[in-house]
Design a binder for this molecule. Sequence first.
Ligand SMILES: Nc1ncnc2c1ncn2[C@@H]1O[C@H](COP(=O)(O)OP(=O)(O)OP(=O)(O)O)[C@@H](O)[C@H]1O
Length: 258
Amino acid sequence: MEIKGLTFAHNKKTIFKDFSIYLPEHEITCILGNSGVGKTTLLKLLANIHQTYAGRIEGNQKQLSYLFQEPRLLPWKTVFENVEYVLLNKFSKSDRNKRIVDILDQVGLLNEKDAFPHELSGGMRQRVAIARAFVVNPDILLLDEPLQGLDIVKKQEIQQLLLNLWGKHQPTVVYVTHDIEEAIRAGHQIFIFNGQPVFVQFQCFVHTPIIKRNELSHQHYLQAVRTHLMLQMKMANENKMNDIKNMVEQQSKDRKII
Ligand SMILES: Nc1ncnc2c1ncn2[C@@H]1O[C@H](COP(=O)(O)OP(=O)(O)OP(=O)(O)O)[C@@H](O)[C@H]1O
């Protein structure tokens, strides 16, 4: 997917002005940035929720799933029915059944298929939302702080589940988070959004394959990525514009920054 020369305003507040970004197919792009900078707005633009803008958004006309901070389940429907909801009118009953059983098995909720959302823990509800997002086999997956509100153990568990599912289906992912660690574990490329309107992004390309990121041999490299991102976030907070511009120029010479 690619955004070219995007300009978008909420009422009179310009969020994006002549903004461009490349989102490689079958890769995970993580987006970090201060609260209110425009991260969710970008996802809504990609999902066609905001339709009035100038510029071009390319490659988002495919099957798209959107996972929010909160699971947004229908409380009167069971786990099975919540997942089935997005398949209605698209597949026969037996095809739906096969897909749902398969995805509920993958998220570890097959035994809970007849439970209602209020009977599940927060982590389980988010697993249902993940199943609902993946059951359509999306080409594009938009994640808006999907681990928000979970405890540290659940966060890691659910993120691992997301990464495993990504490995099987390989959708193009745009993953918004506030958490550098989350971004480092998941992202092939990481951007930091800054300013209002969003006028610059930092880029960081993580070369270690996702499945190897927990290995000790890669810890030194990942520590360097972490330090670099923390420095950039700090500079963004302090609005050190010239330093930021110099660094971005250096980065844009190739897909490598450290
Ligand atoms: N429906 C809306 N109407 C008017 N302004 C809006 C609307 N939605 C968002 N905004 C404004 O647009 C800006 C960007 O909001 P957005 O939700 O994209 O930020 P964000 O980076 O996702 O923030 P957070 O990390 O806190 O979720 C904010 O200043 C916000 O106040």
